[in-house]
Design a protein around this ligand. Sequence first.
Ligand SMILES: Nc1ncnc2c1ncn2[C@@H]1O[C@H](COP(=O)(O)OP(=O)(O)OP(=O)(O)O)[C@@H](O)[C@H]1O
Ligand SMILES: [Mg+2]
Length: 343
Amino acid sequence: MASFTGKPKNVVLEVKDLKVYYETPKGDVLAVNSIDFKLYEGEILGLVGESGCGKSTAAMGILQLVTPPGRIVSGEVRLLGQNLLEMTDLELRKRRWSELSLIPQGAMNSLNPTMRIKDQIYDVIRTHLGRTSKDKIEHRLAQLFEMVGLPMRVAQMYPHELSGGMKQRVCIAMAIALTPTVIIADEFTSALDVVVQRVVAQTMLKVKRLLGVSMIMIGHDMGLMAQMVDRIAVMYAGKIVEIAPLHSLFAQPGHPYSRLLIDAVPSLKERKPLRVTEGITHDPRNPPPGCIFQLRCPFVMDRCRIQSPPFYEISPDQQVACYLHQPTENGSLIDVTAAARNS
Ligand SMILES: Nc1ncnc2c1ncn2[C@@H]1O[C@H](COP(=O)(O)OP(=O)(O)OP(=O)(O)O)[C@@H](O)[C@H]1O
Ligand SMILES: [Mg+2]
């Protein structure tokens, strides 16, 4: 399990009130509907949530890669203090790959089928470093392949000659080619079988250790997250509903949705029925007033239907947007885990 001792101090990336909507004939889809979080130096933050909750849109919003019908409605994305939303296209292009790089969802299928692997990586290096000697570029390629565990013969190959795991390592090599400060990896193991998933995940951890890079790891596999990340942000229908250190989230999930996600992870140790999350998500063009999870929440209360809950800090660095944690008169909090067990 990834360890993360001591509280990190330096914020490398800060996202504030980010909203990204998609225009449709029937109204805007509120794909990312005001999210806030910080990413600290050297940490891996997991961003989890079910399909369609807005994880990839959030990633595209952070990198300013949203294209029509999508648009960034508001927000700030501060990378080392500088707001990417206020930058020109040229300034942004300079920062992509070199300071902030993305392994997009399905990246391994978007490698150029007509180009050798080495040329695709050279392109990334040359575009940013300009005229660089062939020796220098080849040296860099060898370093990158060593880091991600690829044999040098792969450099001469075309994408169709590689296995899924190898292609994904090529994508990791591209993402780290210019030693960025932050990498966002979107579902980087989802199309791989479990054994290869593990190997690729280990590669990511090695890269993180060697480069000291900070990462946002997007996925919906809580089991994989548990082995990799330091903190987790749980997203539901365009909003972050809980953000917590990994061990706190698993030991005492604060949000009913986080609890349900964790209960959906099969366990080899104990025989337990898998819980399903009842109900369906609301129409993303028309979220209900109040809490975003109210239609599926086993603990919904009247006030959840009126006003969105604020974040309550229920243990150090564990913040939960749920009225179950509103301190009562005697200061006690409701235990969501125990309540879920009894429900
Ligand atoms: N081009 C588009 N036009 C309209 N709606 C879109 C478009 N792209 C995405 N959406 C909607 O935005 C919401 C968020 O989608 P997004 O792809 O960000 O989710 P996700 O959490 O990454 O899902 P997954 O786990 O399946 O990758 C969904 O409701 C989706 O239907
Ligand atoms: Mg996605």
